[in-house]
Each structure stands twice: as structure tokens, then as C-alpha cells.
Design a protein around this ligand. Structure first.
Ligand code: MLT
Length: 244
């Protein structure tokens, strides 16, 4: 097993597809997707393009769909929801499909959608993702951070480090045996530095600061909770994730 970390979708090698890809957008798309599925959503369908989301979701019965849209951290007008995991209650999600488009997270999922296994990872479902990988034993794994409009996002790489930490423990491999690239070691080191104070890391991160300006402090607190959900969002068909 070899683990590669890429800080953004743009940094992934072109023309290659891994056995398993984990898209990470801690703030907040993959945290929201995991929460929605845990709360009983039938599936989550992701779109990078908002118009396409509106067009495709129109084919679904209104009572069976929810539309979530986020740009710049804020809710898109005309959508039922923004991108807060705290809105994903069982009452709202139960039996419905969540159609979602966000600034960066949904783009990361689309970048890796041709991999044999595609998962959505966050701090809240970190251990569930690790357990899934250990059960499937893929040879090549990519963790792809969503970043922010092409640039590095510290929280995504820290989460990649948390998944790395879990895989090291679960497999008994050494860091040298597991490492596929230097970024994996950097991600692991970043996580180990901040693991006892992830909220502080969020406060330093530029997107954490953006969300604080939008009054989303509770979202930050929720998204740094580690291993709270035993759910793995798994791609069933391109762009459609279901609960495992
Ligand atoms: C994104 O896709 O960039 C994020 O999930 C933004 C957010 O809603 O915090």
C-alpha cells in the first residue's frame, strides 16, 4: 500500500488514476456530505456547476430533493441550504437526495471520480475511512485536498495527515513504507503538530477566518471533532455518493 497526498486537485498527476481516492474538504463540503448521509440522506450528488445542479435536480420530485449551494462560504440564493453540516438534520435529510455544489470540495470529488474507489473524508469520519481502506487494501491511494481556488488549505492537508496517522496505526507500516510522496510526510507532520488543538489551526487557516467572518464558529467546532461519525461516503456512480 502506498499513500500519496495532494494539497489541491490541480496538483494531482494528469493521466493517472489511483485505485482509491479520498477527497477532503474539511471546511466544509466533505464534513457536510458525511453528515448528510449519516442523517439519512438517500444519496449526495455533487456538481461543480450550479446551473447543472438546478437542471438535473429539477427531474426529481420536489419532496425528495434538497438543493445546497455555496460560493465564497455563503449560501447561494435559490437553494434550500448553504454548506453547513449543522443544517443536515435527520428531519430534513431523511430519505431525500442532497444535490450540492460548493466552491472547491465538489471540484475535488470530480477530479478523482474515475478512480475505482472514491471516498469523501473529513476529521469527523476519519476512523471510518481508515477502516474502509484497511478492509479493501487498495495498492495506490490518493488523498486530495480541495484547497481554495487552486491554492493550499491547511485544514485539508492536516486532515490528510490524520488519515495517514490512522493508517499507520491500523496497518503497522512505518512512515517510509507507507509514504508515496513527500507531501504525505508533510501532512502527517502538520497533523501531529496540531492534533491537540485543531480549533486553533482552524482559526489560523484562511478559510477558517473567512467562515468566522460569516459567523460560522459552530461549524468550525463541529468539523474538528475527530471520529464522531461511523459513515463513509462512497461513490456509487460518477458524482453520486452513498453511505457505507
Ligand atoms: C468549498 O467547497 O470550498 C467549501 O466547502 C466552502 C465552505 O462552504 O466552507
Amino acid at each position: 500500500m502506498k499513500l500519496f497526498v495532494y494539497h489541491t486537485p490541480e496538483l494531482t498527476p494528469t493521466g493517472l488514476v489511483p485505485d482509491c481516492a479520498i477527497a477532503v474538504d474539511v471546511l466544509r463540503a466533505t464534513s457536510t456530505i458525511a453528515t448528510a448521509l449519516n442523517a439519512g440522506a438517500e444519496a449526495v450528488q455533487v456538481f461543480s456547476d450550479m446551473d447543472k445542479l438546478m437542471f438535473i435536480s429539477e427531474e426529481w420530485p420536489a419532496e425528495k430533493r434538497l438543493r445546497a449551494g455555496e460560493r465564497g462560504g455563503a449560501k447561494v440564493a435559490g437553494c434550500d441550504l448553504g454548506n453547513s453540516p449543522l443544517d443536515c438534520t435527520p428531519e430534513l435529510m431523511g430519505g431525500r437526495r442532497l444535490f450540492i455544489s460548493t466552491t472547491n470540495g465538489t471540484r475535488a470529488l470530480q477530479r478523482v471520480q474515475d478512480a475505482a474507489i472514491v471516498l469523501a473524508g473529513a476529521f469527523i469520519n476519519r476512523q471510518a475511512v481508515v477502516n474502509y481502506i484497511v478492509a479493501k487494501q487498495p495498492q495506490n491511494i490518493w488523498i486530495v485536498g480541495s484547497g481554495w481556488e487552486g491554492s493550499f488549505s491547511m485544514e485539508d492537508t492536516a486532515c490528510a495527515g490524520a488519515i495517514t496517522d490512522g493508517l499507520l496505526t491500523a496497518t503497522g507500516l512505518s512512515i517510509g513504507e507507507l509514504a508515496g510522496n513527500d507531501e504525505m510526510i508533510a501532512a502527517y507532520t502538520l497533523f501531529k503538530h496540531w492534533e491537540k488543538d485543531l480549533l486553533q489551526l482552524m482559526h489560523h487557516a484562511s478559510h477558517g477566518q473567512r467562515l468566522l467572518r460569516l459567523d460560522c464558529h459552530e461549524d468550525l467546532k463541529y468539523c474538528i471533532e475527530m471520529d464522531t461519525l461511523n459513515v463513509v461516503p462512497v461513490q456509487r456512480e460518477p458524482g453520486v455518493l452513498v453511505k457505507h
